[in-house]
Design a protein around this ligand. Structure first.
Ligand code: N7H
Length: 450
């Protein structure tokens, strides 16, 4: 098994709280920071083992991760063996991720982010109290560069992201951790997510074992524009109402209904009972007896977000190299009446909403960056299909580094899979991010702390 008391809690299981603050910091006094890290901060860091049972969970879970610039500042010179990490996310931006850099939050486009604290709890008061405690312990050795407050959506939208879709259903099972994988859940080597574990083939410094790379992205969601697009381009199933035909288009773009039911199993009508059943809601692989997986889009479009980012049986043998563990949380307020009425997202920064996206992997260019560039942004992926899939209609861009270039996914209309429904604007806008390394607790103690 894995050493769950040594692995930071967010990596394998996620902190799963309704509030999560991402506090990005600059280290202004390296020696003081390192001294206070071991004596004061380490006891606050939440390992995986503490999150496994309700009675051991802290009021506020705390994790910490460092950028390459942070390691440099601390004088940690070992090469972690990941060039995306060492170059930083900004270096990836245009060539690999296809973001329009002018949309980046200035903190991410700058050079002062050395690390991030992840603080998760049930209330903002708890989060803020723990932040104050952390800052007091660190005695001015860090300064805030930027922070993003993640918050679960209210009421029955809890667990759903801002477009309205249930999130956090499909994550891989990790050998040595998930002892009873759910039906349909792919079982993968721990080395895909944790450095130095079985399946990680890269040479790493010994102290990096059981750490993971955290790809952070602030992904703005233009919710009123997305909703308008669905209404304007609603499908035309005669058995459905206009609203249901709009919902159907959204479900096909995503690969799941808002309830979480996979369209591969529920192609024309939502099935909330299926959605709520963990024994069934992930148990599909896009192949169906009597249907050819290279032509069939009656179940799920080739371009659906879910299928682009995890093609399952669409690749033979099934892919075991390009996977992430997702641990994001929504940020920002609900859509206002004025925004709904105008079908337009407000430009007021306090009304920005989206996903504080977190992905863990042991190799960023095989993980998050691969999924975004080689799969989501690549119109030809998955290959060998009867019609070109097109880019991911949720997160895909044409890779040019220019926002709002028209996208032309096929397969969204089940009655005419060759019909192209053109998407003129991006519904997800990258506001940037950074790559971090989330070390084991023993590495924090023996390598980071003085
Ligand atoms: Fe995606 N969404 O909430 O609309 N994603 N995602 N994602 N995503 C998934 O099955 C979403 C993003 C993956 O194993 C679901 O748990 C949004 C990026 C992967 O079958 C929903 C954004 C990347 C999966 C969303 C966003 C990925 C997945 C279904 C941006 C990687 C699992 C819920 C704002 C580059 C696939 C679930 C599988 C599922 C949404 C971003 C990857 C609802 C809004 C950037 C691997």
């Amino acid at each position: 098994g894995l050493n769950l008391t040594d692995i930071q809690g967010d990596i394998l299981i996620g902190m799963k709280k309704n509030k999560e603050l991402f506090f990005f910091f600059n280290i202004v006094n390296s020696t003081l920071f390192r001294t206070q890290l071991g004596s004061g901060i380490l006891p606050l860091i939440t390992p995986t083992s503490q999150l496994l049972a309700v009675d051991t969970q802290p009021t506020t879970a705390v994790n910490i991760a460092f950028s390459q610039r942070g390691l440099d500042t601390l004088g940690i010179t070992d090469d972690l063996g990941d060039t995306s990490f060492s170059n930083g996310q900004l270096d990836n931006v245009a060539s690999i991720l296809g973001d329009e850099t002018s949309n980046w939050e200035s903190a991410f486009a700058g050079t002062s982010i050395h690390g991030v604290f992840l603080l998760a709890s049930d209330t903002l008061d708890n989060v803020n109290a723990t932040l104050l405690q952390v800052q007091n312990i660190l005695e001015g050795s860090i300064t805030e560069v930027y922070s993003l407050q993640g918050e679960a959506r209210p009421g029955d939208q809890q667990g759903h992201e801002h477009f309205g879709f249930m999130d956090g259903i499909s994550n891989p099972a990790v050998t040595g951790f998930a002892l009873s994988p759910l039906p349909g859940q792919q079982v993968l080597d721990p080395g895909l997510f944790l450095l130095g574990e079985t399946g990680d083939t890269v040479t790493r410094p010994a102290w990096a074992k059981d750490g993971s790379f955290l790809a952070f992205r602030q992904l703005q969601q233009r919710v009123p524009e997305f909703n308008k697009f669905l209404v304007d381009n609603a499908l035309s199933n005669p058995n459905l109402t206009a609203d249901q035909n709009a919902e159907l288009l959204g479900a096909r773009m995503m690969g799941r209904w808002k309830s979480g039911a996979p369209v591969d199993l529920a192609p024309t009508v939502d099935d909330p009972v299926l959605a709520a059943d963990p024994q069934r809601n992930n148990n599909f692989n896009y192949s169906h007896p009597g249907f050819d997986i290279t032509t069939d889009q009656t179940h799920c479009p080739f371009s659906a977000h879910l299928r682009k980012t995890n093609p399952r049986a669409g690749l033979t043998p099934e892919n075991t190299a390009n996977h992430i563990i997702r641990a994001g949380i929504p940020y920002g307020p609900e859509v206002t009446d004025a925004e709904s009425a105008s079908n337009t997202s407000s430009t007021d920064p306090s009304l920005e909403r989206g996903l504080a996206f977190v992905a863990y992997q042991s190799d960023i260019s095989n993980g998050f960056a691969f999924l975004q560039q080689i799969w989501a942004n690549n119109a030809k992926f998955p290959g060998g299909k009867a019609s070109e899939p097109g880019v991911d209609p949720i997160i895909g861009t044409d890779g040019s580094g220019i926002a709002d270039v028209a996208r032309t996914p096929s397969g969204l209309d089940p009655d005419d899979p060759t019909r192209i429904i053109t998407i003129e604007q991006d519904f997800v806008v990258s506001r940037g991010g950074e790559y971090f390394f989330s070390p084991s607790l023993s590495a924090i103690q023996n390598t980071f702390a003085l």
